[in-house]
Ligand binder design. Structure first.
Ligand SMILES: *Cc1c(COP(=O)(O)O)cnc(C)c1O
Ligand code: SF4
Length: 371
């Protein structure tokens, strides 16, 4: 399949908007990559090695969002495999830096924080992100959680009364067969101690036509549900993505977004500010901006923490508070997420506090010590 010309043709075609067609016609394999002209003859073997560790698949829809056919394009860079994944390593990168294996309490259930647990529901996704922090799954046989594992998880949550929130993650939970997903949701909703169900998914970004009114109506029955999605660039905010967000919000689903700060994709003030304001307008609250985890195979995407802090500080005041996510580093060894500012309070001295305003001016505040 060739690229931009076909993109225009597709858009005129209703088939393009059918999610089943999108899944059936996913772009995969080395032959598609060759057709992009990114594999010089000498590197075919290296690309084979790359794909044997880190596979490649994406939807025609998501691929059609590329503006340029090279790694300078923010969409291309997120989905098209690059030799840097196997050839470039920074010190400290690991297979599982968040120690998710260590914190697993039953198969596929991670309990790191007191009041919430995370279920890894499947290894499958509609489109594979090159920066994925669960790349370690990519070499296992594809799997979806089975009924016995769900029973064990339900049993664990029932016994641990502190748990009030259950996060479905993956892989992509919305890529699971709808009836089976409903089976899982029903089981969790039956637990008295669980208030909130959260679903982490990239479907609204890479396959938004999958958010049908039938899926919306099904999810509606298991509210309160939060959908945490993963938009990284304004190119991803399309008519289709807006429609998906609309279906979810009209069905009473709350939405938030987790962006990963990625070198060459979105490490830029104007890009982030456009992304976050447009998400707010879709009723999706920008929730986290993640420093890219130290995961093997993703090192070339990592910016400095300082860069992240600079960007997030400059957003303050420039766009509304509802548009600004928390900048966090997910600390290795399962130490949890650490917010990294910005900090506008420079010093407290008795009753006097020294602030920096959003415009960068010094401000002396009296009344710091309180009653
Ligand atoms: C990130 C994460 C959560 C959710 O943390 P929030 O700060 O509530 O978003 C829960 N469990 C695990 C294992 C996580 O990695
Ligand atoms: S959708 Fe999420 S789990 Fe799937 S490849 Fe992308 S980052 Fe990884």
């Amino acid at each position: 399949m060739n690229t931009l010309g076909i993109k225009k043709q597709f858009y005129k075609n209703v088939i393009f908007l059918d999610w089943k067609w999108q899944i059936k016609n996913r772009l995969k394999g080395i032959s598609f990559l060759s057709s992009l002209g990114i594999i010089p003859e000498k590197q075919v073997e290296k690309f084979r090695t790359l794909l044997s560790s880190y596979h490649f698949a994406t939807t025609p829809y998501y691929f059609s969002l590329c503006h340029e056919m090279d790694y300078s394009d923010p969409i291309f860079r997120q989905i098209i495999p690059s030799l840097e994944e196997i050839e470039f390593r920074l010190p400290g990168s690991q297979l599982d830096p968040l120690a998710e294996k260590v914190y697993s309490v039953t198969p596929h259930l991670i309990h790191r924080y007191p009041d919430r647990v995370l279920i890894i529901t499947t290894s499958l996704c509609a489109s594979y992100c090159r920066h994925c922090n669960r790349k370690r799954f990519w070499s296992t046989k594809p799997w979806v959680i089975n009924k016995k594992e769900i029973e064990q998880i339900v049993f664990y949550i029932k016994r641990n009364k502190n748990i009030r929130e259950v996060i479905l993650s993956g892989g992509d939970p919305l890529f699971i067969n709808q009836n089976y997903l409903e089976y899982i949701l029903k089981k969790i909703r039956q637990l008295q101690n669980v208030d909130v169900i959260r679903i982490g998914t990239r479907i609204p970004v890479v396959l938004p036509m999958r958010i049908t009114s039938s899926l919306g109506k099904m999810l509606r029955k298991y509210r309160p549900i939060w959908i945490n999605t993963h938009f990284n660039h304004p190119y991803e905010i399309t008519k289709e993505a807006k429609k998906a967000a609309d279906i979810l919000s009209l069905n009473g689903i709350a939405m938030a977004n987790q962006t990963v700060l990625l070198k060459g994709v979105n490490d830029d003030l104007d890009i982030l500010s456009e992304l976050f304001t447009r998400l707010e307008a879709m009723l999706i609250k920008p929730y986290y901006l993640f420093h890219c985890d130290c995961v093997q195979g993703t090192d070339h995407f990592r910016t400095s923490i300082k860069k992240g802090q600079e960007l997030i500080s400059k957003l303050e005041g420039r766009i509304g508070g509802l548009c600004i996510p928390k900048f966090v580093v997910d600390l290795p060894n399962g130490a949890g997420k650490a917010p990294c500012g910005p900090n506008f309070l420079e010093k407290i001295d008795g009753d006097m506090a020294v602030f920096k305003t959003w415009e960068g001016k010094k401000f002396i505040y009296k009344g710091a010590s309180g009653a």
